[in-house]
Structure formats: structure tokens, C-alpha cells
Design a binder for this molecule. Structure first.
Ligand code: UT7
Length: 317
């Protein structure tokens, strides 16, 4: 027993920020960002919270699934940009959509949706939940330093969601964590305690781009191979690869190393940029909406990021 997908959905805030817009804030250019990252524009929230975006993606996925909010008994949100430390984004989504399901967030940076999906599978397999809403939602613009050209041009805001239920379509998965707070980290406030002596750091994304790049290419290759082996699927039989949209060059490397033709890779980085935990579910919803995804197709999902963490799974659609 595992799960099957009943519906996917996504939401992007309407405000478009182009590379030229960012070139007015930092020393960069449309040419550099397009060539080195593959992003042309990203969406940025002007007045919507992470929970607002998560709710809209959830409602879109619910509509596709044919289920009602009252049918959902589990909501998990992968996010590192919760609007409040408490309640969780998931609890706010539960209230917003009118569900009674248990709800909590998972913090695993860009792998957050994948870790949430795996958690939902475990809950469904144990019989704790029947129908789950799994969401990745981020308002990364609130943790970006718009004076740092090496990070602010890469990321965007948005949310993606999937409704899953008991089924046989989640063929295999793999997850990885290697504790590291040097390559990619986002410090929180040190707090108001008069006793704590730790130093306050800038509360924004700090990233060693090249180390993250190497980690990404190695993990994607290893994770997809591991998941495919576990599912007894040859790499050549994968019809669609839905990767975390972090850098177009990472996707190209993955295609070469895995020897899976690049036209099987779903691409939306040009329009959405890197939306961390929201990236894979937004891409999956995009592929689903494109009409290219047919019942029985083999789909590989894969993500990597802060933690350091990574995950992949193989789905028979
Ligand atoms: O979702 C989390 C996972 N994150 C990732 O997967 C990110 C992985 N890393 C990357 O995507 C790339 O490493 C970056 C896009 C972050 C950077 O690209 P790069 O090709 O690795 O650039 P670099 O850091 O080696 O920098 C090359 C040059 C430097 O200038 P100098 O020292 O050679 O004069 C940078 O200062 O490019 C410069 N640079 C820029 N120039 C114009 C860095 N950012 C920019 C920019 N515009 N935005």
C-alpha cells in the first residue's frame, strides 16, 4: 500500500519582478542572471502571507481532486518562511479551508515538500490519515537581502499543493540529511532573553553558491538512481523529471549525468525562480496542467537544499 495523487494545484502572487527590476537594486544584469541561473523573472508577494499562498494552492489542488475540505484529515506544509512561529502555516491553512484534519509544518528547506510527502505516505500507510493535503509554500522575499546580488536574484515566492490518498502509485523514495550550517543557512533572531550571550546575525539567506551547486548535482544523480533502483525502474523509462528549480545549469548537469533527455525535465525556473519548498509542487502542478502527464507515466521528483538535505521519489502517475 502507498499513495496516489488525486489533484495538484499552485499559486503565484501576481507581482512580477524582472531581472531588469533587480538590476536597479544591485550590480547585476539580465544577461548574467539568464546565463548563470536561467531565471528571467520571479513572483514576489506584496501583501500575501505564506499561509495565504498555501491556502490558494490548497484550494486549487482540492478542486482538481474532487474532494471537499471536510474529507482532508491531514495537512502538512513544507516551509522555512512561516508567518508566525506558532501557529504553523498548516494550522492556518486548516482553518482557512475549513478542515478538521491534523496539521503541522516540516522544516527542511528546499526538500520540505518531499519530506512532507514522505511523512504523509507514512501517516496514510499507518491508517492515521485517509486523505492528505501536502503543500510547499514560501515567502522567501522576506528572508532575502536585496543588497546581496549572489542570493536576491535567485529566489521567488509561491506555493504548490497536492491531494493524496491511499493507492499504489508512490513506488519508492529516498531521503538524505547531512547536518551543515556553513554552506547554506538562515539565522533566526537571537531573541529577547537578557541571559543569552549569542550574537545576532543578519536574518537572511547565506549561501555558498558553488558548494551548494556541487551538493545538488551529486545528490540529484545519486537520489534518482537510488529511487529508480528501489522501484525497479530503468532511468531510461522515466517519462518526466520534476526537479527543484534552483539553477538551469543544475538541471542540465542532472540530465547529462543521468542520461535522461533534457526534454523530459519540466522547466519553469525562467518564470518562477527558486521557490524552495514550493518549487517541486509548483512544477508538478505545472506539468499536470500541461496535459503532458498521462496515467501510467513514470515521474521522478527530486529536491535538495539547506540542511543539507535532499530527497527523491518515483511515482507511477
Ligand atoms: O535552493 C537552494 C539551493 N541553491 C542552489 O542550488 C544554488 C546553487 N548555486 C548556484 O546556482 C550558483 O552557484 C549561483 C547562481 C549562486 C552563482 O553562480 P556561479 O556561476 O557559481 O557564480 P560565482 O559565485 O562563481 O560567481 C562568479 C562571479 C563573481 O564575480 P568575480 O568574483 O568572478 O568577479 C560574482 O561576484 O559572478 C559574480 N556574481 C554576479 N554577477 C552579476 C554573483 N552574483 C552575480 C549577479 N550578477 N547576480
Amino acid at each position: 500500500m502507498s499513495i496516489r495523487f488525486l489533484g495538484t494545484g499552485c499559486y503565484l502572487p501576481p507581482k512580477v519582478v524582472t531581472n531588469d527590476d533587480l538590476a536597479k537594486l544591485v550590480d547585476t544584469s539580465d544577461e548574467w542572471i539568464t546565463q548563470r541561473v536561467g531565471v528571467k523573472e520571479r513572483r514576489v508577494s506584496v501583501n500575501e502571507t505564506t499561509a495565504d499562498m498555501a491556502t490558494k494552492a490548497a484550494l486549487a489542488a482540492l478542486e482538481k481532486s474532487g474532494l471537499e475540505a471536510c474529507d482532508i484529515d491531514l495537512i502538512i506544509v513544507g516551509t522555512i518562511t512561516s508567518d508566525t512561529l506558532c501557529p504553523s502555516v498548516a494550522a492556518t491553512v486548516q482553518r482557512n479551508i475549513g478542515s478538521q484534519g491534523i496539521a503541522f509544518d516540516i522544516s527542511s528547506a528546499c526538500s520540505g515538500f518531499m519530506f512532507s510527502l514522505e511523512t504523509a505516505v507514512a501517516y496514510i500507510e499507518r491508517g492515521v490519515a485517509k486523505n492528505a493535503l501536502v503543500i510547499g509554500a514560501e515567502r522567501l522575499s522576506k528572508i532575502l537581502d536585496y543588497t546581496d546580488r549572489s542570493t536576491c536574484v535567485i529566489f521567488g515566492d509561491g506555493a504548490g499543493a497536492a491531494v493524496v490518498t491511499k493507492g499504489e502509485n508512490y513506488l519508492s523514495s529516498t531521503m538524505y540529511t547531512s547536518g551543515n550550517d556553513e554552506v547554506l543557512y538562515i539565522p533566526d533572531n537571537v531573541g529577547l532573553s537578557p541571559f543569552y550571550e549569542g550574537e545576532e546575525q543578519k536574518r537572511c539567506v547565506h549561501m555558498d553558491g558553488q558548494e551548494t551547486f556541487k551538493f545538488a548535482v551529486n545528490r540529484i544523480t545519486q537520489d534518482i538512481k537510488t529511487a529508480a533502483e528501489k522501484a525497479n525502474i530503468a532511468l531510461g523509462d522515466i517519462d518526466h523529471v520534476v526537479l527543484h528549480q534552483a539553477n538551469i545549469r543544475i538541471l542540465e548537469f542532472a540530465s547529462k549525468r543521468l542520461k535522461i533527455p533534457f526534454d523530459r525535465f519540466f522547466i519553469n525556473i525562467d518564470k518562477c525562480a527558486n521557490t524552495s519548498a514550493a518549487s517541486v509542487p509548483i512544477a508538478l502542478a505545472g506539468l499536470d496542467a500541461s496535459g503532458k502527464l498521462k496515467r501510467g507515466d513514470i515521474v521522478a521528483l527530486s529536491a535538495f537544499g539547506g540542511g543539507l538535505s535532499s530527497a527523491a521519489c518515483i511515482i507511477k502517475w
